[in-house]
Design a binder for this molecule. Sequence first.
Ligand code: PLP
Length: 361
Amino acid sequence: MSTKRVFNFSAGPSVLPLTVLEQAAAEMTNYRGSGMSVMEMSHRSKVYLDIFEEVKADLKRIMSVPDTHEVLFMHGGATFQFSAVPMNLIGKTGKADYAITGNFSNLAAKESKKYGQVNIACDSADRNHTYIPEQSDLKLDPDASYFHYCSNNTIYGTEWKYVPQTNNVPLVCDMSSNILSVPVDVSKYGLIYAGVQKNMAPAGAAVVIIDKSLAGNEHPLTPKLMSYQVMIDGDSMHNTPPCYTIYMLGLVLKWLDSQGGIAGMEKIKAAKAKILYDVLDESKMFIGCAEKEARSDMNVTFKTDSEELDNKFVKAATGAGFENLKGHRAVGGMRASIYNAMPTEGVLELADFMRKFESQN
Ligand SMILES: *Cc1c(COP(=O)(O)O)cnc(C)c1O
């Protein structure tokens, strides 16, 4: 048993800001004089609706969501959206474009094939998803109902550095692992979704930001709770929403404000990522898995030239208070997920630890 908090580099669910956890703890049994926990409240009560409206308004403000778009809170995580997106949107022309740059975009493309004709606009599997294809590499179908991509590849540690240009084909993006870390021009997107457990909140919801004009044309067999129109009409409360997760998201958004919002976070996260990438670039032992131009600022993937040494590193790191550094089996090696809530101190200490480990091995 340890009384000290570790540095948690988990890919998700992942670290939350300590002040957020402390505030949630302080409000746990009696939320601001209501006499009850947020967990115990009716989602139709005034006290909860006030929380809900504030979270939604804060997210709209922080992401500069235009009035053409609606913010939804949905069950089922990001994977639920792999099905919801095609069920709602592919019917327009019966076709959709998918860019495959990693595990999750591949799963999204596979799922969408149940509902229509899927064109693979690009696939980085030829180099084990170590890079992001360029605009000129994208094979676009002008007749696609939408173009789907994943802006940050959590497992492989790559990140799109540009917004794909698709003419008038609506952009749909899985931003689960880098939402709120970089400014996004929401007006460019038909739909953005993110499972909240990476950069937003504890698990239990997905945030969806949808251009309202795209909703209402879903396949007739679309389950009610998957219909964006039903969710828009019911203000995400067609049934009981993930109330507590939404409340936690609200606390995280207030914390984000205290960090200078997304503009502030963009600087902080870039500086944190540079600390680790500098170690990799100077190292004779550690090798970055992703190509330099495609490196993710959220998930830093690296390895040594020996699996045995990788294991030794992970074990030693765990012993020193750096948790969850083992890489995903698809890549091997190590992965340090350094989401918004990972303190710079944790990254600095990990960098020191890596340098020491190299000098001693
Ligand atoms: C984690 C993750 C998912 C899967 O999220 P769930 O909420 O578990 O369904 C999908 N896409 C990306 C980019 C992720 O990082």
